[in-house]
Ligand binder design. Structure first.
Ligand SMILES: [Zn+2]
Length: 479
């Protein structure tokens, strides 16, 4: 039976969050009324001249350097020519033969592979086109997005599964968020991804015929589209058929891809140098100062979290993967001596709550301030509440924003510190469970655990299990 290897390369388009557009002073804000953010330059009126946005160049260089790319010393722009109603100039200002940067890499890991280097072929600057809005009777065009600054990040075909592609995207997004150069919102179109995918017999070095996948609107969409395409291509190859080189559209509702255009219809963009923007040299000093100002990125933060706080590799990976989560963790860890406990609550109950309620990590500080989490941890430490009750209190804190002490008081959740009451309940349990008591006396640990469990049940989780344990042992005169 022939087995196949999947080869995937990704093209990611990122919208950079500059104040103004790439080559004019129009605002680059999302969601404004149609055609309110336009001017003669981005509408491509005759006689207008583009001027490069300095912030755009510096954000783009930041990303390139964070991806470990070499930034070109010569910055040159080209025209990518095509006609489409969303493109008033009939060309897009882009970069062709001299991209801003090349030859970078990022590291990814999946459950199957501990670490893998994915090479970045090139990173180039490109302005966005406008947006068509199709209604029942007409097609409308909004040029607010025309001229918004984009960055295209092209990987080498180093990815071998949909899972690896998914991890690659997560890693890119995490880096972009650390750099604060994009809001990375796929729904708003700030982050877009096209994929090239082909299959080849295992062991063969020559690449198979590839298809290009478009129209994926989420990371999960990319993963599903790739998995669908792997199965589709593999089936054709196993039947001895050939793969057509074509662009295919992902249909999220049908969860399948279909032909958009074939190779014969592929565009010839007639690239040529943009005569209105003179090529210029970016000196090494500028590059070095951008490099020096880069924040600590996830791949540097992760080993530091292990060193500084004694976190496991897994925990440090989860915490460092998101800028907001890492900041939250470190803010809390500064004021509480047990970072491992903070990490456990964060990566466990708190992340679960955020995921199941579709709340962004960015919002966490607002609904649960780090000092509020710490006050809950302190209540566990001083035996006011048990770990079990703490879970209950935490979900209430997350849902209402109340602090731990208020909830404990309001719901009367503090642990039973009255030993007379506790002894009374233990005596009750011992009387009820005579058979189990015999087992405990004959040295069965499980039986002892059962008795502790019964006491916890009667106290609705408000007893301290360790104290209950020692009280029972005392009462039954066992060690
Ligand atoms: Zn404009």
């Amino acid at each position: 039976m022939m087995t196949y290897e999947t080869v995937i390369g990704l093209e990611v388009h990122v919208q950079l969050n500059t104040q103004t557009k790439a080559f004019c002073s129009c605002k680059a804000e999302f969601g404004q009324p149609a055609n309110t953010q336009t001017c003669p330059v981005c509408l491509g009126l005759p006689g207008t001249l583009p001027v490069l946005n300095k912030q755009y160049l510096s954000y783009a260089a930041c990303v390139a350097l964070a991806l470990d790319c070499k930034v070109a010393s010569l910055i040159k722009f080209d025209r990518k020519n095509y006609f489409y109603p969303d493109l008033p100039k009939n060309y897009q200002i882009s970069q062709y033969d001299k991209p801003l940067a090349a030859n970078g890499f990022i590291l990814i890991k999946t459950p199957e592979i501990p670490q893998k280097k994915i090479r970045i072929l090139r990173v180039h600057m490109e302005e966005d086109a406008g947006k068509l809005i199709h209604t029942a009777n007409s097609s409308l065009v909004d040029y607010n997005r025309a001229g918004v600054p984009l960055l295209e990040i092209v990987s080498e075909p180093d990815l071998n599964s949909a899972e690896e592609a998914y991890e690659y995207l997560k890693q890119i997004k995490s880096i972009l968020e650390y750099l604060e150069v994009s809001d990375c919102d796929m729904e708003k179109g700030s982050l877009r991804c096209d994929a090239n995918i082909s299959l080849r017999p295992k062991g063969q070095t020559k690449l198979g015929t590839k298809t290009e996948l478009k129209n994926m609107n989420s990371f999960k969409g990319v993963r599903n589209a790739l998995n669908h395409e792997i199965i589709r291509q593999e089936k054709l190859l196993k039947e001895g058929k050939t793969i057509a080189q074509e662009t295919r559209l992902w249909d999220e509702s049908k969860q399948k891809t279909s032909t958009m255009r074939t190779k014969e219809e592929a565009h010839d963009y007639r690239y040529f140098p943009e005569p209105d923007l003179v090529p210029f040299i970016i000196d090494e000093q500028t590059i070095n100062s951008i490099k020096a100002a880069l924040p600590e990125l996830p791949y540097a933060k992760m080993p530091r979290l292990i060193r500084q706080y004694g976190l496991s590799e897994y925990d440090a990976g989860v915490i460092s993967s998101d800028k907001h989560l890492a900041l939250y963790f470190e803010t809390a860890a500064k004021n509480y001596p047990n970072p491992k406990a903070i990490c456990n609550w964060l990566t466990g109950d708190i992340l679960n709550y955020l995921n199941s309620n579709n709340i962004e990590l960015e919002e966490l500080t607002k609904i649960l301030a780090p000092e509020n989490l710490i006050s809950m941890l302190q209540l566990i430490d001083n035996n006011t509440i048990s770990g079990k009750i703490a879970k209950e209190i935490l979900s209430e804190m997350l849902a209402t924003g109340e602090n731990a002490n208020e909830i404990v008081k309001k719901k009367n959740l503090s642990q039973i510190s009255d030993s007379a009451l506790l002894e009374k309940i233990i005596a009750e349990v011992i009387n009820e469970q005579t058979k189990v008591v015999e087992e405990v006396k004959s040295g069965k640990d499980k039986a002892l655990m059962f008795l502790v469990g019964q006491v916890m049940k009667k106290t609705k989780g408000k007893a301290n299990p360790q104290i209950v344990n020692s009280f029972i042992k005392e009462k039954l005169k066992i060690n």
